[in-house]
Design a protein around this ligand. Structure first.
Ligand code: NI
Length: 171
């Protein structure tokens, strides 16, 4: 199975708002498998379809601690039903490599989503999975974690990535 390319900031396709998934077929299932493989290969804990240029509302995650058994999860058409508390979470993103920063997030979330067969499920969670769910749903809405930074800091990051792109083009 081949790995998927992950869109890199400042690619404008990361800003597209994803459409709901309407068909639960084998192609959808294959996409989730490829996304999980790509996420594991990249050592990420979550990957949204938007990041692999598939503008459909789904993401994959595995927030198991180091040393724990893998716990792959698939969320299709996820909706946050309830948020409680507030935490500062330190985040990074496979689409913005090398950048980390603090983001205000809800501490606990209650989420409704569908699995690959189309069956609905609900999860109430805190910890890393709660943060991951909020970060990935942001991707589906075209939002990045750096959008929570000050505009000055965002501009610096944009310049850094644009410069790297130019150097790549010249090489
Ligand atoms: Ni991300």
């Amino acid at each position: 199975m081949s790995l998927l390319d992950i869109l890199q900031f400042p690619d404008e396709r990361l800003r597209r708002v994803a459409e709901p998934v309407a068909t639960f077929d084998s192609a959808l299932s294959a996409l989730t498998e490829q996304m999980l493989e790509t996420m594991y290969e990249s050592r990420g804990v979550g990957l949204a379809a938007t990041q692999v240029n598939e503008h459909r509302r789904l993401f994959v995650a595995d927030c198991a601690e180091d040393g724990e058994a893998p716990a792959p999860m698939i969320f299709i058409n996820p909706v946050i039903l309830d948020r409680q508390g507030l935490v500062d979470s330190e985040e990074g993103c496979l689409s913005i490599p090398g950048i980390n920063g603090m983001v205000p997030r809800a501490e606990l979330v209650r989420v409704r989503a569908h699995d690959v067969r189309g069956d609905e499920f609900e999860v109430t969670t805190g910890g890393l999975l709660s943060i991951c769910i909020q970060h990935e749903i942001d991707h589906l809405d075209g939002r990045l974690f750096i959008d929570y930074f000050s505009s000055l800091k965002r501009q610096r990051i944009r310049k850094k990535f644009e410069k790297a792109l130019r150097q790549q083009d010249q090489a």
